[in-house]
Design a protein around this ligand. Structure first.
Ligand code: ZN
Length: 226
Protein backbone atom coordinates (compact mmCIF):
# COMPACT_ATOMS: atom_id res chain seq x y z
CA UNK A 1 0.00 0.00 0.00
CA UNK A 2 2.60 2.59 0.92
CA UNK A 3 3.65 3.98 -2.36
CA UNK A 4 7.11 2.73 -3.00
CA UNK A 5 9.16 4.36 -5.69
CA UNK A 6 7.23 3.82 -8.84
CA UNK A 7 9.51 3.19 -11.77
CA UNK A 8 7.85 5.59 -14.14
CA UNK A 9 9.06 6.14 -17.66
CA UNK A 10 11.41 9.08 -17.66
CA UNK A 11 10.17 10.26 -21.03
CA UNK A 12 9.58 13.86 -20.06
CA UNK A 13 12.94 14.27 -18.34
CA UNK A 14 15.46 16.06 -20.52
CA UNK A 15 19.18 15.21 -20.67
CA UNK A 16 19.69 18.35 -18.54
CA UNK A 17 17.27 16.99 -15.91
CA UNK A 18 19.31 13.79 -15.78
CA UNK A 19 22.52 15.81 -15.52
CA UNK A 20 21.02 17.61 -12.52
CA UNK A 21 20.09 14.27 -10.97
CA UNK A 22 23.63 12.95 -11.39
CA UNK A 23 25.16 16.07 -9.85
CA UNK A 24 22.69 15.81 -6.96
CA UNK A 25 23.62 12.13 -6.53
CA UNK A 26 27.30 13.04 -6.32
CA UNK A 27 26.64 15.68 -3.64
CA UNK A 28 24.31 13.34 -1.76
CA UNK A 29 26.90 10.57 -1.57
CA UNK A 30 29.47 12.97 -0.13
CA UNK A 31 27.02 14.36 2.43
CA UNK A 32 25.95 10.84 3.42
CA UNK A 33 29.55 9.84 3.96
CA UNK A 34 30.00 12.76 6.36
CA UNK A 35 26.81 11.85 8.23
CA UNK A 36 27.49 8.11 8.33
CA UNK A 37 24.53 7.24 6.11
CA UNK A 38 24.63 4.71 3.23
CA UNK A 39 26.07 6.57 0.27
CA UNK A 40 24.43 4.55 -2.51
CA UNK A 41 20.98 4.92 -0.99
CA UNK A 42 21.50 8.65 -0.50
CA UNK A 43 22.65 9.06 -4.10
CA UNK A 44 19.58 7.20 -5.35
CA UNK A 45 17.32 9.30 -3.10
CA UNK A 46 18.76 12.49 -4.59
CA UNK A 47 18.25 11.16 -8.13
CA UNK A 48 14.63 10.35 -7.34
CA UNK A 49 13.99 13.78 -5.84
CA UNK A 50 15.70 15.58 -8.74
CA UNK A 51 13.55 13.69 -11.26
CA UNK A 52 10.37 13.67 -9.18
CA UNK A 53 8.63 16.30 -11.33
CA UNK A 54 9.50 15.01 -14.77
CA UNK A 55 9.54 11.26 -14.07
CA UNK A 56 6.93 11.24 -11.33
CA UNK A 57 9.23 9.42 -8.91
CA UNK A 58 8.34 9.40 -5.24
CA UNK A 59 10.58 11.70 -3.16
CA UNK A 60 12.40 9.92 -0.30
CA UNK A 61 11.47 10.36 3.35
CA UNK A 62 13.29 10.69 6.67
CA UNK A 63 16.97 11.65 6.93
CA UNK A 64 17.49 10.76 3.27
CA UNK A 65 15.00 13.47 2.34
CA UNK A 66 17.19 16.02 4.13
CA UNK A 67 20.24 14.83 2.27
CA UNK A 68 18.41 14.69 -1.06
CA UNK A 69 16.86 18.16 -0.76
CA UNK A 70 20.20 19.68 0.16
CA UNK A 71 21.97 17.81 -2.64
CA UNK A 72 19.48 18.95 -5.28
CA UNK A 73 19.78 22.58 -4.11
CA UNK A 74 23.59 22.32 -4.26
CA UNK A 75 23.46 20.70 -7.71
CA UNK A 76 21.90 23.89 -9.07
CA UNK A 77 24.81 26.02 -7.87
CA UNK A 78 28.36 26.63 -9.02
CA UNK A 79 29.53 26.70 -12.64
CA UNK A 80 28.22 23.21 -13.38
CA UNK A 81 24.89 23.83 -11.70
CA UNK A 82 24.46 27.12 -13.52
CA UNK A 83 25.27 25.42 -16.85
CA UNK A 84 22.73 22.68 -16.12
CA UNK A 85 20.09 25.23 -15.18
CA UNK A 86 20.74 27.07 -18.44
CA UNK A 87 20.29 23.85 -20.39
CA UNK A 88 17.03 23.11 -18.59
CA UNK A 89 15.75 26.62 -19.29
CA UNK A 90 16.75 26.44 -22.95
CA UNK A 91 14.48 23.46 -23.34
CA UNK A 92 11.58 25.26 -21.67
CA UNK A 93 12.21 28.49 -23.55
CA UNK A 94 12.41 26.59 -26.84
CA UNK A 95 16.11 27.36 -27.29
CA UNK A 96 15.66 31.14 -27.09
CA UNK A 97 19.02 31.92 -25.46
CA UNK A 98 17.98 35.46 -24.53
CA UNK A 99 14.85 34.36 -22.73
CA UNK A 100 16.76 31.55 -21.00
CA UNK A 101 19.53 33.88 -19.83
CA UNK A 102 17.03 36.31 -18.33
CA UNK A 103 15.32 33.66 -16.26
CA UNK A 104 18.63 32.03 -15.33
CA UNK A 105 20.18 35.25 -14.02
CA UNK A 106 17.14 36.22 -11.97
CA UNK A 107 16.63 32.75 -10.48
CA UNK A 108 20.27 32.02 -9.65
CA UNK A 109 20.58 35.40 -7.94
CA UNK A 110 17.34 34.71 -6.05
CA UNK A 111 18.73 31.34 -4.93
CA UNK A 112 21.89 33.03 -3.66
CA UNK A 113 19.77 35.42 -1.59
CA UNK A 114 18.07 32.46 0.12
CA UNK A 115 20.93 30.00 0.59
CA UNK A 116 20.44 29.79 4.33
CA UNK A 117 16.82 28.71 4.01
CA UNK A 118 16.88 26.47 0.93
CA UNK A 119 19.51 24.11 2.33
CA UNK A 120 18.24 21.61 4.89
CA UNK A 121 21.56 20.80 6.53
CA UNK A 122 24.05 22.92 8.45
CA UNK A 123 27.09 24.09 6.53
CA UNK A 124 29.37 21.60 8.34
CA UNK A 125 27.54 18.71 6.69
CA UNK A 126 28.05 20.04 3.18
CA UNK A 127 30.55 18.38 0.84
CA UNK A 128 32.30 21.59 -0.11
CA UNK A 129 32.52 25.16 1.04
CA UNK A 130 29.17 26.81 0.49
CA UNK A 131 30.97 30.12 0.17
CA UNK A 132 33.00 28.79 -2.78
CA UNK A 133 29.92 27.41 -4.46
CA UNK A 134 28.01 30.66 -3.94
CA UNK A 135 30.94 32.68 -5.23
CA UNK A 136 31.19 30.50 -8.36
CA UNK A 137 27.46 30.92 -8.98
CA UNK A 138 27.65 34.68 -8.64
CA UNK A 139 30.70 34.82 -10.88
CA UNK A 140 29.06 32.63 -13.55
CA UNK A 141 26.05 34.94 -13.68
CA UNK A 142 28.16 38.10 -13.65
CA UNK A 143 30.24 36.81 -16.57
CA UNK A 144 27.17 35.83 -18.55
CA UNK A 145 25.73 39.28 -17.96
CA UNK A 146 29.03 40.90 -18.98
CA UNK A 147 28.89 39.02 -22.29
CA UNK A 148 25.40 40.39 -22.88
CA UNK A 149 25.67 44.13 -22.24
CA UNK A 150 22.00 44.71 -23.11
CA UNK A 151 20.98 42.35 -20.29
CA UNK A 152 21.08 43.94 -16.86
CA UNK A 153 20.27 42.67 -13.39
CA UNK A 154 18.59 44.89 -10.84
CA UNK A 155 16.31 44.52 -7.84
CA UNK A 156 12.59 44.99 -7.90
CA UNK A 157 11.96 47.74 -5.35
CA UNK A 158 8.67 46.25 -4.15
CA UNK A 159 9.68 42.61 -3.58
CA UNK A 160 13.46 42.94 -3.35
CA UNK A 161 13.76 40.07 -5.85
CA UNK A 162 16.47 40.12 -8.50
CA UNK A 163 15.25 40.89 -11.99
CA UNK A 164 17.14 40.51 -15.26
CA UNK A 165 15.85 42.56 -18.16
CA UNK A 166 17.10 43.70 -21.55
CA UNK A 167 17.66 47.42 -21.93
CA UNK A 168 17.15 47.06 -25.71
CA UNK A 169 15.82 44.21 -27.86
CA UNK A 170 18.45 41.44 -27.89
CA UNK A 171 17.48 40.53 -31.45
CA UNK A 172 17.22 43.87 -33.29
CA UNK A 173 18.49 46.47 -30.79
CA UNK A 174 15.29 48.55 -30.82
CA UNK A 175 13.85 50.07 -27.64
CA UNK A 176 11.96 47.40 -25.72
CA UNK A 177 8.82 47.38 -23.59
CA UNK A 178 9.05 45.88 -20.10
CA UNK A 179 6.21 44.99 -17.77
CA UNK A 180 6.37 43.46 -14.31
CA UNK A 181 3.55 42.11 -12.21
CA UNK A 182 2.73 39.57 -9.53
CA UNK A 183 3.78 36.00 -10.32
CA UNK A 184 1.19 34.08 -8.37
CA UNK A 185 3.71 32.11 -6.29
CA UNK A 186 2.83 31.28 -2.69
CA UNK A 187 5.87 33.35 -1.69
CA UNK A 188 6.91 36.79 -2.97
CA UNK A 189 7.25 36.54 -6.72
CA UNK A 190 7.40 38.57 -9.87
CA UNK A 191 6.49 38.03 -13.50
CA UNK A 192 8.65 39.91 -16.01
CA UNK A 193 7.53 40.40 -19.60
CA UNK A 194 9.49 42.03 -22.38
CA UNK A 195 8.29 42.77 -25.90
CA UNK A 196 9.96 44.40 -28.85
CA UNK A 197 7.50 46.49 -30.87
CA UNK A 198 9.94 46.53 -33.76
CA UNK A 199 10.71 42.83 -34.46
CA UNK A 200 8.11 41.16 -32.28
CA UNK A 201 10.53 39.33 -29.94
CA UNK A 202 8.85 38.48 -26.66
CA UNK A 203 10.02 36.93 -23.44
CA UNK A 204 8.50 36.26 -20.06
CA UNK A 205 9.58 34.50 -16.92
CA UNK A 206 8.77 34.39 -13.26
CA UNK A 207 11.13 34.66 -10.34
CA UNK A 208 9.89 33.66 -6.91
CA UNK A 209 11.53 33.67 -3.52
CA UNK A 210 12.83 30.06 -3.37
CA UNK A 211 10.92 27.76 -1.03
CA UNK A 212 12.66 27.00 2.24
CA UNK A 213 13.71 23.41 2.87
CA UNK A 214 10.46 21.58 3.47
CA UNK A 215 11.74 19.38 6.26
CA UNK A 216 13.56 20.22 9.48
CA UNK A 217 16.60 18.51 10.91
CA UNK A 218 14.56 17.34 13.92
CA UNK A 219 11.86 15.85 11.72
CA UNK A 220 14.29 14.26 9.31
CA UNK A 221 16.49 12.74 11.97
CA UNK A 222 13.80 11.40 14.25
CA UNK A 223 15.27 7.94 14.88
CA UNK A 224 11.96 6.09 15.13
CA UNK A 225 10.68 7.59 11.89
CA UNK A 226 9.64 4.43 10.11
ZN1 ZN B 1 13.49 43.55 -31.72
Amino acid sequence: MPSQVAAMPAGSCSPADHALAEEAARHAAEIAEKLGLPTDTAAEAARRLALSRCANTQPPEGPLRLVAETAVALAKLGYTGTAIQLARLLKRKKSDIHAALQALAARQLAALDSLDTILCLPHEALPQSLEDLAEATREAIERLLAEHPKLEAARDPATGLPVAAYTRCPRCGAPIETRTGPAGCPRPGLRVEQRCPSCGWTSSYTVCKPPPCSITLEEGCRPDNS
